[in-house]
Design a protein around this ligand. Structure first.
Ligand SMILES: Cc1cc2nc3c(=O)[nH]c(=O)nc-3n(C[C@H](O)[C@H](O)[C@H](O)COP(=O)(O)OP(=O)(O)OC[C@H]3O[C@@H](n4cnc5c(N)ncnc54)[C@H](O)[C@@H]3O)c2cc1C
Length: 380
C-alpha cells in the first residue's frame, strides 16, 4: 500500500489548488452574497479542463478517474463550496452515468459538450414526495410511437438553472414495484414543456444553482432512454455511489478550510496575555479536527480508488460520505467557536463555512440513509 500520490495526481491536485487560491478565494464571499457564481469562473474551469476531468480523452476530456476528481474537489471546496458542488454534480452525477450506460451515439452526442463545459449537467431524481425514499418517485414517462412523453416535478435540482442536459428519472412501468418500474432519460433542458422555478434561497452553498424543474408533456425521442427500460433506479443508485465520493471530498475540503482558519486565528488572537492557541482546550479541538478530517480523506480515497478499479463501492462511498460530512460539521462548529464572537459575523469567512458545511449531511442521501446503506451492506 502506498499513500503517496503519483506525479500525475499530484500535478492535478496542485493545479486545482493554485486555481482555488488565485481565483476562488477572492470571490467566494462575494459569490455567497450575490447568490451566483461569476460567469468568468465557468470559462476558467473550461480552460483548465475540469468540466471533462473524468471524461475519456476520445471525447475531449482529461480521462482521469474518481481519485483525481476527489483531489480536485477537495481543493475547490476548500475555497468555494458552491463552485465545488457545481463541478461535482456535472462530473459524477451526469458525466459518469453517460460514460457507463450510454450507447456510442449518446456518448458522441453529449460527452464532447460536457467535457468542454459547453453543456453543464444536472441530476433530476428528487420530487416533493420522494426524497430519501427516491424509489417512490411519481414523474411519468409514457411511450408515444418512438418517442417518450415526460410529466412530473423534480425539486432541489443542483445546476438546474445552468444546465442544458439533465438525467431525469421517471416511472415507465406503474405496475412494477417501486424500484423496478423506473427508467433514466437524457433530456435536453430546452425541450418544450420544461419550466424552471425560482432559485431556492438556501442556508449555504448560496451561489450554487438549485431549482425546481417542471415537466409538462415533454416529448423526447426514443434515443433519450439511458440504459435499459425499467432499470433506471439501478443507474440512479450506482451514480450516487460516485456522487457520494464527490460530496465526501467536498466535506473534507470545507473541513480543511475550517481547520486552516482555526490554526491561523488561534495563533493571532490573544486573551489572558497569550495567543488562545496556547490553551490546551483550543489545541485539542484542532487536534480532533485534523484527525477526523484525515480519517475521512483516507476513507474517501479508498472509495474513489475502488470505483476507479471498477469494484462495487456502495458501502465504502457511504462510509466516506458519513465520516466526511460528520468531520466537516464538527470542524465548522469548533472553528466558529474558536473565533468567538468574530466567528458569528461575516467579518471572517467562518460563518459561511458553517452554513456551507451543513448541506453535506443532507444531499445525495442524508446521514441516516448512509447509515442504512452501511448497515444493510454489513448485515445482508
Ligand atoms: C441544496 C440541495 C441540493 C440538492 N440537489 C439535488 C440534485 O441535484 N438532484 C436531486 O435529485 N436531489 C437533490 N437534492 C435532494 C436531496 O438529495 C434530498 O434533500 C435528500 O435526499 C433528503 O430528502 P428530503 O429533503 O426529502 O428529506 P426526507 O427524506 O423528508 O428526510 C427528512 C429526515 O428524515 C430522515 N429519514 C428519512 N427516511 C429515513 C429512514 N428510513 N430512517 C431514518 N431516517 C430517515 C432523513 O435522514 C432526514 O433527516 C438536493 C437537496 C438540497 C437541499
Amino acid at each position: 500500500m502506498n499513500f503517496e500520490l503519483n506525479e500525475e495526481l499530484a500535478m492535478v491536485r496542485d493545479m486545482a489548488r493554485d486555481f482555488a487560491t488565485a481565483e476562488l478565494d477572492p470571490r467566494a464571499q462575494r459569490h455567497d452574497e450575490q447568490g451566483h457564481i461569476d460567469e468568468e469562473v465557468f470559462g476558467l474551469i473550461s480552460e483548465l479542463g475540469l468540466w471533462g476531468l473524468t471524461i475519456p480523452e476520445e471525447y475531449g476530456g482529461a480521462g482521469m478517474g474518481n481519485l483525481a476528481l476527489s483531489l480536485v474537489l477537495e481543493e475547490l471546496n476548500r475555497a468555494d463550496a458552491s463552485v465545488g458542488v457545481t463541478l461535482s454534480v456535472h462530473n459524477s452525477l451526469l458525466g459518469a452515468p453517460i460514460m457507463k450506460f450510454a450507447t456510442d451515439e449518446q456518448k458522441q452526442r453529449w460527452l464532447p459538450q460536457l467535457a468542454s463545459g459547453e453543456a453543464i449537467g444536472c441530476y433530476c431524481l428528487t420530487e416533493p414526495n420522494a426524497g430519501s425514499d427516491a424509489a417512490a418517485l411519481q414523474t411519468r414517462a409514457v411511450r408515444d410511437g418512438d418517442d417518450w412523453i415526460l410529466s412530473g416535478t423534480k425539486i432541489w435540482v443542483t445546476n438546474g438553472g445552468l444546465a442544458s442536459l439533465g438525467i431525469v428519472y421517471a416511472r415507465t412501468d406503474p405496475d412494477a414495484s417501486n424500484a423496478n418500474g423506473i427508467s433514466a432519460f437524457l433530456v435536453p433542458l430546452d425541450a418544450e414543456g420544461i419550466s424552471l422555478g425560482a432559485p431556492e434561497k438556501k442556508t449555504g452553498i448560496r451561489a450554487s444553482s438549485t431549482v425546481e424543474i417542471q415537466f409538462d408533456d415533454v416529448r423526447v425521442q426514443g434515443d433519450a432512454l439511458l440504459g435499459e427500460e425499467n432499470r433506471g433506479f439501478q443507474i440512479a443508485m450506482d451514480t450516487l455511489d460516485g456522487g457520494r465520493i464527490g460530496i465526501a471530498s467536498q466535506a473534507v475540503g470545507i473541513g480543511r478550510a475550517c481547520l486552516e482558519a482555526s490554526v491561523k486565528y488561534a495563533g493571532e488572537r490573544e486573551q489572558f496575555n497569550q495567543p488562545i492557541g496556547r490553551f490546551q482546550a483550543i489545541q485539542w479541538k484542532i487536534a480532533d479536527m485534523a484527525t477526523r478530517l484525515d480519517a475521512a480523506r483516507l476513507l474517501t480515497w479508498r472509495a474513489a480508488t475502488l470505483r476507479d478499479e471498477g469494484a462495487r463501492c456502495s458501502l465504502q462511498a457511504a462510509q466516506a460520505k458519513l465520516s466526511a460530512s460528520t468531520a466537516c460539521n464538527y470542524a465548522a462548529d469548533e472553528c466558529l467557536q474558536i473565533h468567538g464572537g468574530a466567528g458569528y459575523t461575516d467579518d471572517f469567512q467562518v460563518e459561511r463555512l458553517f452554513r456551507d458545511a451543513r448541506i453535506t449531511e443532507i444531499y445525495e442521501g442524508a446521514s441516516d440513509i448512509q447509515r442504512i446503506v452501511i448497515a444493510r451492506s454489513l448485515m445482508s
